[in-house]
Each structure stands twice: as structure tokens, then as C-alpha cells.
Ligand binder design. Structure first.
Ligand code: ADP
Ligand code: MG
Length: 253
């Protein structure tokens, strides 16, 4: 497997007050693949993900050192505009947060902000991204009904479509199926497997079976340290570190 770097993390340290949540992380995230970040609760998965789009900045008392290079640019450089970095990344959180408006307007929201006003063009965009997120067939006859009436699983796919509509390069997911029933989780997982041809995808999960279904590349964190990372076949079938072996066998969790 040829892996081209898209995000490069170099000596990243993150502190919440005096507590160090990430310890000197150095890591390349491959382009147009699914990278899965695994590890027990509290090991720093969310913190690492939030460092990629600088959402970490919005937390009080956070201190960051080191670099995160996205397309070669250190996003923690004070000259960098956060909005431009965030536009490159769509984020799915644990629970879907649709905007309090119609299905259509949820998708059109980003493109409108970026200046697209033409009705026909917006119709095309809405249809295109609802198809990309696998929701179109279910809701094409009620595009103008409130997004809040969708099931939670549909709302998560709507949020995916809304994120894709601003044309990101990278999709970040923080345990994006944790609020979903098995069928909806499966639909979201299937979308990721389709979308990885076009996007760099980074998913946090504590579900090992999900990690095995999705991952091309695996990052294993434990207590803020990067224990092991590599192609999924290697980490799952032939882990180098004792700690990884134990985690994969379910001895530590
Ligand atoms: P994970 O996503 O793997 O469960 P997190 O990245 O959320 O882990 O948290 C890593 C560590 O940082 C934990 O010890 C957690 O308690 C701490 N932490 C996370 N967010 C905050 C915060 N906003 N303020 C203080 N400590 C935090
Ligand atoms: Mg988390």
C-alpha cells in the first residue's frame, strides 16, 4: 500500500492546565485512506482529533506545543487563519447536531455562506451531497421538512452531507456511530468506505471491531502516548508492542 502523507503531526504536546493529555506525538496521517485512532477512554483520542482542526483552541487553559502540518502548512502558526483550516475539514461528532431548519437548508447552508445563490445550483448541490451521504432515496420527497424530524441515524448522515457540501479534503469523526443503532452505524461505516476514495478520513473509535472493519491505518494511544501506528494489517495481525497486543486481545480496555 502506498501511503502519501496528508496530515503530519510533529512533536505534539497538549496540556489541559497542568495535565498533559498528549505526549510528544509524531505521526503521519495518510492521504485518501481511513485512519482509525484507537485506545481506552481518556487516552487522548478526542484531543488528537481536535488538534487537527484546531478546535482544541476553543478550550480554556489549553497549551499546545509542536506542529500539525496540513498540506505542508503548520496550522498552529499564529499567522494561520483558523476558518481556512476548518474549511478543509468536515467534523462528525458523537451525536448529530443538525441546524434547526429544513433538510434542504442544512445542506445549502455552507454553500450559501460561500456565496452560492443560484437556486438551480443549490438544488444540484443538495441532491449531490445527499446522494454521497446515502440519504437521498429516503428523504427526496421531503427536502423542506425540518431536519429534526429525521431519525438520529438519518441526522448523522445529514450532518455528513452538510460537511461534505463545503468541499473539505478531510473528514474527521469522533466516535461518529456511538449514538446510532446497529443498522445506522453500518450505513455510516459504508459511507466512509465509499468516501475514502476521495477524502482523507480520520475516525476515533473505542470499538475494536469497527476499527478492524474500517481502518487502512491504525493509531494506538495509551495514556497520552503514541504506543504504535502503522498499516491496519500490521497493527492488528502483527503488533510490535506488548501493550498493543494486550489491547487487541481485550486484556486492557
Ligand atoms: P479520549 O477521547 O481518548 O477519551 P480525551 O482526549 O477526551 O480522551 O481526554 C484525554 C485526557 O485529557 C483525559 O485525561 C481527560 O480527562 C483530559 N481532558 C479532556 N478534555 C479536557 C478538558 N476540557 N479539560 C481538562 N481535561 C480534559
Ligand atoms: Mg473521546
Amino acid at each position: 500500500m502506498e501511503l502519501r502523507t496528508h496530515i503530519s503531526v510533529q512533536n505534539l504536546n497538549v496540556f489541559y492546565g497542568n495535565e498533559q493529555a498528549l505526549k510528544n506525538i509524531t505521526l503521519d496521517i495518510p492521504d485518501k485512506n481511513i485512519t482509525v485512532i484507537i485506545g481506552p477512554s481518556g487516552c487522548g483520542k478526542t484531543t488528537l482529533l481536535k488538534s487537527f482542526n484546531r478546535l482544541i483552541d476553543s478550550i480554556d487553559g489549553v497549551k499546545v506545543s509542536g506542529k500539525v502540518l496540513v498540506d505542508g502548512e503548520n496550522i498552529f502558526d499564529p499567522k494561520v487563519e483558523v476558518t481556512r483550516i476548518r474549511k478543509k475539514m468536515g467534523l462528525l461528532s458523537q451525536k448529530p447536531y443538525p441546524l434547526p431548519m429544513s433538510i434542504y437548508d442544512n445542506i445549502a447552508y455552507g454553500p450559501r455562506i460561500h456565496g452560492i445563490k443560484d437556486k438551480k445550483r443549490l438544488d444540484e448541490i443538495v441532491e449531490h451531497y445527499l446522494k454521497e451521504s446515502g440519504l437521498w432515496n429516503e428523504i427526496k420527497d421531503r427536502l423542506h421538512s425540518p431536519a429534526s424530524r429525521l431519525s438520529v441515524g438519518q441526522q448523522q448522515r445529514l450532518c455528513l452531507a452538510r460537511g461534505l457540501a463545503v468541499e473539505p479534503e478531510i473528514i474527521l469523526g469522533d466516535e461518529p456511530t456511538s449514538a446510532l443503532d446497529p443498522k445506522s452505524s453500518q450505513r455510516i461505516e459504508h459511507r466512509f468506505l465509499v468516501l475514502k476514495k476521495q477524502y482523507t478520513i480520520v475516525i476515533v473509535t473505542h470499538i475494536l471491531r469497527q476499527a478492524k472493519r474500517l481502518a487502512n491505518y491504525v493509531v494506538f494511544l495509551y495514556l497520552g502516548e503514541l504506543i504504535e501506528h502503522g498499516p491496519a494489517e500490521d497493527v492488528f495481525n502483527n503488533p510490535k508492542e506488548e501493550m498493543t497486543k494486550e489491547y487487541i486481545k481485550g486484556i486492557i480496555s
